[in-house]
Each structure stands twice: as C-alpha cells, then as structure tokens.
Write a protein that binds this ligand. Structure first.
Ligand code: XIL
Length: 380
C-alpha cells in the first residue's frame, strides 16, 4: 500500500498538467468505483470534462491570488471546473477598503481567468452580515444604509454585468433562532432598513445586471434534522414572499457544508428542491465540503466515509433536474477553510474534504463526485 501510495503521489503531482501513466490497481479507493481511466484526471477524465459532456456545471471556490504564484493550483482550477466562484475576492471586505473606494484587483483577475479558460463565474456575494469591512460600523447608519447598499450593488453587479452566471444577492439572511416571527437574521441591514432590505437588494441587482441568475444562498438547510427542516421552511416562506411581491429571484444556493459525523441530507432537502422546481427555481449546490472534525479512524477509513457522503449527496442532488450546478468550497485540501479555527480536526490531522489533496492528488472524493456526475444523462 505504501509503495502504491508513493507511486500515486509522484504520478498525480505530474498529472495536473499531463495525463497520468496507467495505474495497475484501484484498490486504494475504498469506494470501489474507480473506472479504468482513473489515471486521466486532467483531460477527458476531469470533473470538468465529465460535467461538460452532460451539460452540467461543476466547479469550486477559487483564490485568484494563487493563480500566478502557484501553477499547480491554477492548473487544477482550470482543469476541473467549468464554473468558478470567488472564495473571498468578491465580498465587501475585499472590495471595499474604504467607504468611498473600491478595489477590484482580485475580482477582475478571477474574471479574466474564467474568460481565458472558458469558464462561467458565480458572484458571491452582494449582501451578507459577515466579511463587513472595519470602517462599516462607524460609517453606515439608518440614514445612509439604503444608499450604501444600492450603490454597492449597482457598482459591483454593474461592473460585471453580462459576465456573471449567477449572483448570491443576499447570503444567509435567515436565522430561525433569531426570535423573530419572520425568522430573519439580525444583521446591520435588517437593523437599519427593516426586512425590505432584501427586496431592495434583489431589485437593485436585477437592474444592475439583467442577465445574472439572482440567487438566495444559505446553509443549515441540508439535513433531515429538526433544525434544518425548520430553516428550510423559513427559507421557503422567504422565497414565496419574493414571488408574491414580484421580487426577482431565479435560484436557491444550498451551501452544503456537511459534517461527516452529523445528521445527513435526505428526503427533506429533496422535497425542498422539488418544491422549488414547482416554483420555477433552479438550485445550485454552492459550497460543498464535508467536515471530519470529530471523525475517528485511519486516513483511509475517514476518506471512505467522506467519499460516500459526497457520492450519496451529489447523486441525490443531481437526480433533480432543476439542480444545474455543483461547486465545492475549494479544489485542494491545501487551502480548505476547514483547517481553520473552530473547524479543524480535533486530532490535529489535516482535513481531506475536497477532490484534490494538499499535493494535488485526487482523493476518493474526486472519484465519488465524478461518479455522481456520471449519473446525469449525457448530452446528445
Ligand atoms: C469563508 C471562507 O472560506 C473563508 O476563507 C473566510 O475567512 C470566511 O468565509 N459560507 C459562505 C462563505 O457563504 O462565504 C464562507 O467562506 C463559508 C461559509
């Protein structure tokens, strides 16, 4: 096993740019689902190639700052994705160094990358209670909040108009524990503008970019737990309100930060997706990863569990025709946010939650995800 592992390591590092040599046995991949062409992960065997052949969008969150400094990173992101999203580069904190100044460097670099590689780009996000710049608290208030929100959306969505697949206009606006009957999260925007800040954000986004699919993105709506079921209900009510009031909404983003030891997604989410389909809404899996914080066992055992969760989840979602895109929250374990504070594995081992490991070798997650993509019918 160790020899094979070493071999794979060497072979797969080389594989980001070129096709791998044949590998004799696929037994390392506990899913038992590695097809004979598993050595080719960068061209015809890539997630991207498999998804594109099926008219499906697959991709990942990307860090544009790494494109020029780390060629294997750029190679992997180009090879594996036909759609990208900025992990942080399009958030307020990145775009707004000062109240009267925008910095589009990293965001523009990401757009240029997607255009050079024939990829779509998701916008994430225009309005969120996190990633708010330090100057915000002392500057934005009841009197000017409307102006700040609309100016931000006009400037950012306007700059990229016609070039964005979908915008997460508002991120994480629901909090069933807020104690409010409408289930809205207590955020600065809610405090300053009341619940109508949501309608305002979506109307402004539509005006600024009439072609991007306007998305509502949230987490904690995936599993069959009572908490997640309640939050799904609340999100559905929010969306029904949008529809009733003529607020432009095209899609729901299901973040999909799953836990290897927590409750799992199931019928509740599937029914939710179907309900959204009846409302003519698309669904995107926007930030998929699986946290193994409390998962015990050898690396190989943990890998198998994580891969199985990916396979079941992605297959369930891809079986629904209105699920049109799936993005993982990163491409390589090297840069996953899950190694950060409060999320890291309790035993100190690095997380293995993404299609490529820290050295750009495919993990069992890669093959699980590719198998799930293959369950979609090929485009003819
Ligand atoms: C995370 C990033 O991955 C981190 O790098 C950053 O420090 C905090 O934000 N839900 C979201 C994403 O919508 O924007 C978050 O991304 C993860 C949770």
């Amino acid at each position: 096993m160790e020899n094979r592992r070493e071999f794979l390591k060497i072979a797969c590092v080389a594989a980001t740019a070129a096709v791998l040599p044949k590998v004799a046995s696929a037994s390392h991949f506990a899913q038992g689902s590695v097809p004979p062409d598993q050595d080719d992960i960068s061209t015809g065997g890539s997630l991207r190639a498999h998804a594109t052949a099926r008219n499906f969008l697959v991709g990942c969150a990307a860090i544009p700052q790494k494109f020029s400094t780390e060629p294997p990173y750029a190679g992997a992101v180009a090879d594996q994705a036909n759609i990208l999203v900025a992990e942080n580069a399009m958030k307020w904190a990145a775009l707004r160094p000062a109240p009267d100044r925008f910095d589009f460097h990293a965001a523009d670099e990401l757009l240029a990358f997607t255009q050079a590689h024939g990829q779509k780009l998701r916008g994430h996000n225009l309005c969120w209670h996190e990633s708010i710049p330090a100057w915000f608290a002392g500057t934005v208030n009841k009197d000017n909040a409307r102006q700040f929100l609309t100016q931000h959306i006009q400037t950012v969505a306007g700059r990229y108009a016609g070039k964005i697949h979908s915008w997460d206009v508002v991120n994480e606006a629901v909090d069933t524990k807020s104690g409010r009957p409408d289930g809205l999260r207590k955020t600065p925007w809610l405090e300053f503008l009341g619940p109508s800040y949501l309608d305002l954000a979506y109307h402004t986004a539509r005006q600024a970019d009439p072609t991007a699919l306007l998305t509502y993105n949230d987490y904690g709506i995936e599993t069959d737990s009572a908490d997640d079921a309640a939050k799904r209900e609340q999100v559905l009510r929010l969306i029904q309100g949008f529809k009733k009031r003529g607020v432009p909404i095209d899609a729901i983003g299901v973040q999909s930060h799953l836990s290897a030891t927590g409750p799992l997604p199931g019928r509740g989410l599937r029914d939710f997706v179907r309900e959204l389909r009846r409302m003519n809404l698309q669904v995107f899996v926007t930030e998929l990863d699986v946290n193994e914080q409390k998962l015990e066992g050898s690396e190989q055992e943990c890998d198998a569990i994580v891969a199985k969760i990916y396979k079941n989840y992605a297959s369930m979602m891809l079986a629904e025709p209105n699920v049109t895109a799936l993005l993982t929250w990163g491409i390589t374990d090297r840069y996953t946010w899950l190694n950060g504070p409060k999320l890291a594995r309790l035993d100190g081992r690095p997380q293995r939650c993404l299609p490529l490991d820290a050295n750009y070798r495919p993990t069992p997650v890669f093959f699980a995800l590719r198998d799930a993509i293959d369950t979609r019918r090929k485009a003819t």
